[in-house]
Write a protein that binds this ligand. Structure first.
Ligand code: SF4
Length: 323
């Protein structure tokens, strides 16, 4: 008997996998990858559990879901119910390929306000491909028996009846398994962050959802120059390098003249010359010069370099454009 487990790398997902492994069932981890969350925590968890991990990029399906999540968004741009539902539906499509018979998740009844209320857990099942194959070992005794329990693939008596927000019972169970290192709950998803969500809404209103722009949202300072153009300015050396790495052929790179210390910026989209002056002034604000001193600016686009000079503006100027 084999099962696929949704492995975020958080404690609940680690325990759910471990509880089923204790019953002699082979467990394979599945973690989902999109620009909003990655596989790092799941990799560490799979290693600690000694199980194989499937890393599945479902960005396109995720973007399609984000356009109109059936159960809406949480406090920020996190569509948690639809997100879990999509993960389960996608994991179900992997069962046959990995010769697994059912799915496991670390969801706990009542642990989270939106997606893990009884109604939330049911809504997640409605979005999954086959609700009868979704086992939640940590709260199973409080939920309807699923096929793996009814068929005796899994011993229901050895599952748990956890509910609520308290973490004490999970921590005790972790201790009994000798599990010590695990990330804090609710970490690792950019969609739960206020600032990121604000930028994402702005992006959707202008350029729409696309892979590269969503990746750029977590880097640097962002400025809307006009309806079609946006500028991103690095905040430190590593962000400057990352921006240069991510700059595409259609992007404009903007930097201070060689003799001036300052950040790298990239401009996405078409930019008329007057907007280029604005971009230069924004960049100048973060250069090593006094206010109202001249700052040389270099522009690189279409394999050509242009230069001009602007006066370093006061802070209010950049705040007008900042997203
Ligand atoms: S916090 Fe993020 S990854 Fe987790 S369910 Fe919600 S949207 Fe999905």
């Amino acid at each position: 008997m084999k099962a696929l487990t949704l492995l975020s790398g958080g404690l609940d997902s680690i325990l759910a996998a471990r509880v089923i492994m204790e019953q002699g069932i082979e467990v394979i981890g599945v973690c989902f990858v999109a620009p909003f969350f990655g596989p790092e925590n799941a990799r560490a968890a799979a290693k600690a559990l000694g199980i194989k991990l499937i890393e599945h990029d479902f960005t396109e399906e995720y973007f399609a879901m984000m356009k109109n999540p059936r159960y809406g968004f949480g406090g920020n741009m996190n569509p948690c119910i639809d997100c879990h539902g999509l993960m389960l539906k996608t994991a179900h499509s992997l069962l046959e390929r990995f010769e697994a018979s059912f799915l496991i998740t670390g969801e706990v009844l009542g642990e989270r306000p939106m997606s893990q209320t009884r109604g939330g857990l049911n809504a997640v099942l409605k979005l999954s491909a086959d609700r009868d194959l979704v086992l939640r070992p940590l709260s199973a005794k409080l939920l309807e028996p699923t096929k793996p329990e009814r068929e005796g693939w899994v011993d229901r008596e050895k599952l748990y009846d956890y509910s609520g927000r308290g973490r004490k019972r999970q921590e005790e169970l972790a201790k009994s398994f000798g599990i010590k290192d695990y990330p804090q709950p609710a970490g690792g998803c950019l969609l739960t962050e206020e600032k990121y969500s604000q930028r994402l809404k702005e992006l959707i209103a202008h350029e729409g959802l696309n892979r590269r722009d969503t990746e750029l949202l977590s880097i640097g300072r962002h400025f809307r120059l006009d309806e079609k153009a946006k500028m991103i300015v690095g905040r430190n050396r590593s962000e400057n390098q990352r921006l240069l790495d991510l700059a595409g052929r259609d992007d404009t790179v903007i930097r201070p003249a060689e003799n001036i210390k300052g950040p790298v910026g990239i401009i996405r989209g078409e930019i008329p010359d007057d907007i280029l002056q604005t971009a230069g002034k924004i960049l100048a604000r973060y250069c090593d010069r006094q206010e109202d001193q001249a700052v040389g600016i270099n522009i690189y686009r279409n394999d050509k370099k242009d230069s001009f000079s602007v006066m370093k503006p006061q802070e209010q100027f950049v705040l007008k454009w900042q997203i």
